[in-house]
Ligand binder design. Structure first.
Ligand code: TPP
Ligand code: MG
Length: 308
């Protein structure tokens, strides 16, 4: 979580310096969701993510160098620099985006799970999306089909209480999102998304249910983004006091304090850990800056798939 946090804090500086361009959405405050969930998945499982996916990608094991190079628009990026922050993709790690379309990953995830089921594989697909996606038609179509066909999907709703500037209660007639999913006949429950251990336990339980062939599960991961929706958002739709209140349950601090109390972490080890992370980040920045952009001759490649 510290690695994701420091990475994104550095991305803010790089964005201000115009090293990173385009849209950028940060998950600062939501790191426990990424880390808790990915720990419950195996290499053969699939992940479908959103545009707020730096943390998901790093926790899934995409190298920081390939993530940052992508954000710099370099050919060494995981999507050859063509996708940027919102389109991190790594088929080898079964990380199927990064998607700019709210809810756009849901049908992709159900399709992947259907393919795995048809091929008799035991893989599960974890599908991440925001509370905003729950208000869309495709959310309901996807949950319905996944439940009807007993598909191996863990639906992971990152409920950070806002869809851009729209608060949960201004968008949803029923704000208990797990209850909405339960209507499709799948196990669905709310989870403290600020507590990485709670997320990990819930994800392990959900993965076990789904892997056993019982059909999909739904986790409502209650979390909060500490920063604005994106780099272009002036963040004037919520009270400062609310942000401050949520920051009191900062997921990184919560775990660090717990580990210190249990005698499993001390200041020296923590400082060393942060220093290691910072070194990894600076190496990634140097590598991204040194990497080339895609040659103009390649611009038309991948419009159609290439024969292998
Ligand atoms: C289909 C679609 N409608 C609208 C948008 C514009 N849009 C981008 S992000 C966003 C809010 C989504 O909120 P949520 O799903 O809660 O995710 P969060 O940003 O909070 O992580 C909207 C409406 C979009 N990208 N795609
Ligand atoms: Mg949201």
């Amino acid at each position: 979580m510290a690695r994701i946090r420091r990475f994104e804090e550095r991305c803010v500086e790089l964005y201000s310096a115009e090293r990173i361009r385009g849209f950028m959405h940060l998950c600062i405050g939501e790191e426990a969701v990424a880390v808790g969930l990915m720990g419950a998945l195996a290499d053969e499982d699939a992940v479908v993510s959103t545009y707020r996916e730096h943390g998901h990608a790093l926790a899934r094991g995409l190298p920081m160098t390939s993530v940052l190079a992508e954000m710099f628009g370099r050919v060494t990026g995981c999507s050859r620099g063509r996708g940027g922050s919102m389109h991190l993709f790594d088929a080898g790690r079964r990380f199927y985006g990064g998607n700019a379309i709210v809810g756009g990953g849901l049908p992709v995830a159900v399709g992947l799970a259907l393919a795995d089921a048809m091929r008799g594989r035991s893989a599960v697909t974890a599908c991440l999306f925001g509370d905003g996606a729950v208000a869309e038609g495709e959310f309901h179509e996807c949950l319905n089909l996944a439940a009807l066909w007993h598909l191996p999907v863990i639906f992971c709703c990152e409920n950070n209480r806002y869809a851009m500037g729209t608060a949960l209660e201004r968008e949803h007639a029923q704000t208990d999102l797990a209850l909405r999913a339960a209507a499709y006949g799948m196990p669905a429950w709310p989870v403290d998304g600020m507590d990485v251990e709670a997320v990990a336990l819930a994800a392990e339980r959900a993965a076990a249910i789904v892997r056993a062939g019982a059909g999909p599960c739904f986790l409502e991961l209650r979390t909060y983004r500490f920063r604005a929706h994106s780099m272009y958002d002036s963040d004037r739709y919520r009270e400062r006091a609310e942000v401050t209140r949520w920051k009191e349950r900062d997921p990184v601090d919560l775990l660090r304090e717990r580990l210190v109390a249990e005698g499993r972490l001390d200041d020296e080890r923590w400082t060393r850990l942060v220093a290691q992370v910072d070194e990894e980040i600076e190496d990634a920045v140097l590598a991204a800056e040194a990497a080339p952009i895609e040659p103009v001759e390649d611009l038309e490649r991948f419009v159609y798939s290439e024969p292998s």
